[in-house]
Ligand binder design. Structure first.
Ligand code: FE
Ligand code: FE
Ligand code: MG
Length: 167
């Protein structure tokens, strides 16, 4: 823990650590949802979609790395047990039980939209109070916004491919 780094935080550090650990739990669930989705996916464009899912999985894992680093800096402990992830995470885990490409894309779009709302909220909470976490949340938010658009454009491609005359 960095003592001066912790002193300059203008909000309750325990409340901040709780929010960071919730985001941390979400990132692991998002990572696994993408990683497994890429393994089981079936249907048209599955190779192109799986490549994007694998890339997003790596990026979600990196978000967990960034959050764990900030939690440790503030003197906290990243969630010790995966069994807590479901209760802590603000975003739901959507099991890829139906492997159809359109369903997997839809589930991950829901996840990204939840992530975008959560990081927007973390930015609102830390604005003018903790610049370091605010900046971290912005870095992650930029990537979640990119993820949403990547998936929605793949979903659009899939629809155009299935209904070529709708143009
Ligand atoms: Fe993420
Ligand atoms: Fe994402
Ligand atoms: Mg992408």
């Amino acid at each position: 823990m960095g003592t001066r780094g912790r002193e300059i935080v203008g909000m309750d550090v325990n409340q901040l650590l709780d929010l960071l650990n919730r985001a941390y739990a979400s990132e692991w669930l998002a990572y696994y949802q993408y990683w497994l989705g890429a393994k089981v996916i079936k249907g048209p464009m599955k190779d192109a979609v799986a490549a994007e899912l694998n890339l997003h999985a790596a990026e979600e894992l990196n978000h967990a790395v960034l959050l764990a680093g900030r939690i440790v800096q503030l003197g906290g402990t990243p969630g010790l047990s995966p069994k807590d992830w479901f209760t802590l995470s603000p975003c739901k885990y959507e099991a890829p039980a139906d492997a159809y490409v359109g369903v997997i894309l839809g589930q991950n779009i829901v996840g990204e939209q939840c992530a975008i709302s959560s990081y927007k909220q973390l930015m609102d909470t830390t604005k003018d109070k903790d610049m370091v976490t605010y900046n971290l949340a912005l870095t992650i938010l930029q990537q979640e916004v990119e993820h949403e658009e990547d998936l929605q454009s793949l979903e659009e491609d899939l629809k155009l491919m299935l209904q070529p005359t709708s143009r």
